[in-house]
Design a protein around this ligand. Structure first.
Ligand code: ZN
Length: 387
């Protein structure tokens, strides 16, 4: 476990000389980076992931369901001068579309994910940091959603010579491994032509997220084996070396609740890296980009240990959901007397309340609380001032 020094100074204001104080001792301070700001894809994305692995940090990936939440995430990244990943789950795509339209043939989740991506595309450059545009878990029954996104990427690529998104996740972990890999290979071949990265899942992340409940699965399913991770690496590397990441199971659980007998075991990831390196006589100590799902509720030590084994991305959903709500809740509690009608408050029966109930007033409080929570996440991920 690396020992990291934290500075009490506000990270975004740190001078270059102070930057190294925020980086693990075992790693030298990152060189003046050439990482591209705005939405990244292809080699720029690989460079970003390698920069993370080399410098011992992971990038937060936040599930977004509105433009307000997207903007708050990018605001947090700008404040800490670090990259961010904006991602949409299938349900998040539906939320971006508006819940009032039909989702026949995944039309709402496709259109909503595209709308979210276009919002990010329009705004990312103003925040001045690298932004990875990603979609979350896609199970077998949701492949029509994935197909719709592939078409959108190909259409965008034809006009702009780059894909709309940066990467997508396929989660076929419930299928037999050969089927999981066959489908991943098929899509990665199509994606790699556009410089899109694939995140695949192996094993089962416990808990419940976006309507999928894995809280009852057998304990051994919650831990991937090095041989299985190696099988993934062997299958996908010939198609796109470094063009994929693996969400392996190491006892991680979606959501925040008592995990029972499940113990987070990040060393599984380190063992897999060693196994692949030895089997293929490679020179790379960390041949695999790992992704940490279900990080909510994990301690900083557990997160840092996972990063030391090559985790470059950690998903955040539950904690930012709570933070956004908590900001709104606090605002309502503080201003309750001004929020009970359009006219009339503790200052008088004729007094107007418009400035209190204007959605811009209370969504901003949610955004500010989310930014504050994200700053803590960036600290946990050793991802402060890394640009
Ligand atoms: Zn997940």
């Amino acid at each position: 476990m690396k020992q990291c020094i934290k500075s009490s100074q506000k990270p975004a204001r740190l001078a270059t000389a102070g930057r190294s104080a925020l980086i693990c001792k075992a790693v030298s301070a990152p060189p003046s980076t050439k990482l591209k700001a705005g939405v990244v894809h292809g080699q720029d994305l690989v460079d970003l992931m390698q920069h993370a692995q080399k410098n011992g940090y992971a990038i937060p990936a936040v599930n977004c369901t509105s433009s307000s939440i997207i903007n708050a995430c990018m605001e947090s990244a700008k404040e800490v001068n670090s990259p961010i990943m904006i991602q949409f789950s299938n349900g998040g795509g539906a939320s971006m579309a508006g819940k009032g339209i039909s989702n026949k043939d995944e039309q709402a989740t496709i259109a909503g994910s595209i709308a979210g991506a276009l919002h990010v595309r329009a705004m990312a450059k103003y925040y001045g940091v690298p932004v990875v545009l990603h979609t979350d878990h896609c199970h077998k029954k949701l492949l029509p959603w994935f197909d719709g996104l592939m078409t959108a990427n190909e259409e965008y690529f034809a006009k702009n010579n780059e894909p709309l998104f940066s990467s997508h996740m396929l989660d076929l972990s419930e299928e037999p491994i050969h089927e999981n890999l066959d489908i991943c290979k098929k899509y990665l071949t199509r994606m790699n032509k556009m410089g899109l990265m694939l995140e695949m899942e192996l094993g089962v992340t416990g808990g419940e997220e976006d309507g999928v409940d894995n809280s009852g699965v057998a304990a051994e399913e919650l831990y991937s084996k090095p041989e299985e991770i190696c099988e993934v690496w062997e299958a996908l590397t010939p198609i796109a070396p470094k063009g994929f990441s693996v969400a392996a199971a190491f006892g991680n659980v979606h959501g925040v609740y008592s995990p029972g007998n499940v113990k987070l075991t990040p060393s599984i990831l380190g063992n897999a890296q060693k196994y692949i390196k030895a089997k293929h006589s490679g020179s790379d100590d960390k041949p695999v980009f790992f992704v940490f799902h279900g990080g909510s509720g994990s301690s900083r030590e557990e997160i840092r240990e996972a990063i030391s084994y090559g985790v470059v991305k950690m998903n955040i959903d539950t904690d930012t959901q709570w933070a956004y709500w908590d900001g709104v809740r606090e605002y309502e509690a503080k201003n309750r007397g001004y929020l009970q009608g359009q006219i009339g408050n503790p200052e008088g029966p004729e007094k107007p309340n418009k400035k209190y109930y204007d959605p811009r007033a209370w969504t901003r409080k949610g955004e500010q609380a989310l930014v504050a929570r994200m700053k803590a996440a960036y600290e946990d991920l050793n991802c402060v001032n890394v640009l």
